[in-house]
Design a protein around this ligand. Structure first.
Ligand code: DQA
Length: 142
């Protein structure tokens, strides 16, 4: 069975409360239980990790290289400027898929830049919670 790690970056633990017009009003717990259900229906094992700290995300990516087959990562605002997370993704051999709940290209200009996109297998942005489910499907099919 494939093992996939889902990483939620900074502020994503507040989904449901945070800017509901952008991220929806369904809770973070609902998001995670939906992710687990989708993973089960795709026949993959899934672990979910959230951190508001760049270093903790990097440590988790390093650890994942030996125990997971792929990563779906919503790096939150780190997406737009963290060369350290980009280098961590690049350093590990397992495929990573970039995920965003909102359409980052339809928002503030700074969100149109992703420093992690070039080292990810692909990017999914703008489908609400379904962005995560689509990333799981992509990783299942790789
Ligand atoms: C986000 C988009 C980012 O620009 C933002 O900083 C986030 C969430 C998204 O899921 O749409 O925290 O990654």
């Amino acid at each position: 069975m494939k093992k996939i790690l889902v990483i939620h970056g900074p502020n994503l633990n507040l989904v449901g409360e945070r800017e509901p017009g952008v991220y929806g009003s369904e809770s973070y717990d609902t998001l995670n239980s939906n992710i687990i259900d989708r993973a089960k229906s795709l026949g993959i094992e899934c672990e979910i990790f959230q951190s508001n700290h760049e270093g903790a995300i990097i440590d988790k990516l390093h650890a994942a290289r030996k125990t997971f087959d792929g990563v779906a990562i919503n790096a939150g605002a780190y997406t737009h400027y963290s060369y350290a997370i980009r280098d961590a993704i690049s350093a590990i051999k397992i495929p990573c898929v970039e995920v965003h709940i909102s359409n980052v290209f339809a928002r503030d200009e700074f969100r149109s830049t992703s420093v992690i996109a070039p080292v990810c297998k692909g990017s999914i942005s703008g489908f609400g919670f379904a962005s995560y489910y689509l990333a799981l499907q992509a990783l299942a099919e790789l």
